[in-house]
Design a protein around this ligand. Sequence first.
Ligand SMILES: [Fe+2]
Ligand SMILES: [Fe+2]
Length: 135
Amino acid sequence: MDIVQWRPNYSTMVEEFDAEHRQIIGLINRLYNGLTNGEEDQALRDVLAELVDYAQKHFLHEERLMQRFCYPEYEQHKQEHDSFRNTIEDFNSLAEKDGSGLGMPLLKILREWLVNHILEVDSRYGQFFNDKGVR
Ligand SMILES: [Fe+2]
Ligand SMILES: [Fe+2]
């Protein structure tokens, strides 16, 4: 069972970024299913490995496009990315030592990221990029 479903109102109106955001929703569901199926350790390892990669690539994609078009909220947006990158890296180093008990806190952080960043902060660039011809 999935805990989060993609909905049309999650769209940022930029196709590439929506596709990348679907990946994070996939990771949230994978972690949730791992937790409920008693496979927390494996799910945590898999999800963290992909998240470290996701955070690097996806954030860079957004940041590059913002810089290219001089997006006015670039600095504060990048700060949120940096802080999330650090959080994920901290989780990753903790999990390398001992991942037990980290699944639920990570799930909580990912769901908060979805609500507070993707649905709020990311959604603000949609119209701006559309006006520059990016869809
Ligand atoms: Fe994003
Ligand atoms: Fe973002």
